[in-house]
Design a protein around this ligand. Sequence first.
Ligand code: HEM
Length: 406
Amino acid sequence: MPDIVQNPEVLALLDELTRMPGRADPYPRYARLREISPVVRADDGALVVTGYGDCATVVRDPRLQHLPADMLAFVGFPDWREHPALHQLFTSMLTLNPPDHTRLRRLVSSAFTPRRVEALRPAIERMVQDLLDGMDGHDEVDFVEAFAFPLPVNVIGELLGVPAQERAGFQTLVRDWTQVLEVITPDVLARADPAAAAIRDHLAGLVEQRRQRPTDDLLSALVQAQAADDRLTDEEVLSNAALLFAAGFETTTNLLANGVVALLHHPEQYALLGRRPDLAQPAVEELLRYDSPVQLSSRVVTAPLELGGVTVGEGERVVAYLGAGNHDPARFPDPGALRLDRADNAPLSFGGGIHYCLGAPLARLEAQIALPALARRFPSLALTGQAQRRDSLSLKGYTSLRLRTG
Ligand code: HEM
């Protein structure tokens, strides 16, 4: 078996992916890494895979699991419980393994079945029309503020039961909290911890109200599930409510903004989307592939397996660059081209296996309604060149995106 490659070029490429401008355009770096070797070793010892098949294996194969919270000590955070940002993340279903993961996911999964989500279509269509009306009449708008943030935050806010006037306040808090999905430094924690604590306190107030007076929202369902099952702790109710709310809007905001930028860089594809309503579904898959809002996912190996032609042993940490897998030319011919009608498209953007994104049907529905409606309403939409990227890669998106509407 060949040794796993770690050389100065690999380390330099991986380093570029941890900061701007490398984070903004990771695709050429992914391609070079994949060319060097399908599996390479980072300077912190983790293995990095960039091929479609290997990334799919990492997220799907049960021999790989999330790093158990107790192992966080090994990666430099023995005191993770003292950090609200880490504590809230590592007690949510996103990073838990069975049986805890199974128990928590079961509690909320019924709210996100394709049928339940499809029932939200009329409400989402109304919200989209209202937001487009709000953009109309302005020569220039910040698309993130005017559309990409309000749509998903209001959809998940309604579902979860976060009052309308309180939703906007979560935008910066969630951005600061989710920086812990990047390289964790003392600076990152200094912002992420108070943000996570504020999210938790706010949700704790809402949960308390639901205990007194349940309604038909998801927060009430979590509270009622806790009453029926004494294994669900207060901490788990809050961590999973925070996860649902944050994952429910931040990623979808990024899908809409990344999607619009991709479309406006390919004006013929944007025009096509306006003309061909039948492309709504494949177009969203292609936009998810082209510039995925989630670019990476990490696991630890619990039993030896082969990745990229190399046997990987128990205890190795592995990072799957999902965005790289989505641009693997062995899986997607001409991966740098945006083709809304691309055949056989199965991007890795929602992950896979037991952690496959719970909100995927909801995110898809929102984007399938929103993007074609935008293309019909504003056929001359254009970039002004003033875009502010979020300084992150794990969650890839924009904090501000100015567009001319006509
Ligand atoms: C375009 C939008 C979205 C993208 C790209 C996305 C991506 C992902 C990915 C990649 C994972 C798996 C992470 C891993 O395996 O490490 C995930 C998990 C998850 N997502 Fe999403 N997501 C999106 C929207 C949403 C929405 C709208 C919701 C909520 C309503 C949501 C809720 C969740 C939850 C709860 C999990 C954890 C599932 C589990 O661990 O079993 N996501 N998402």
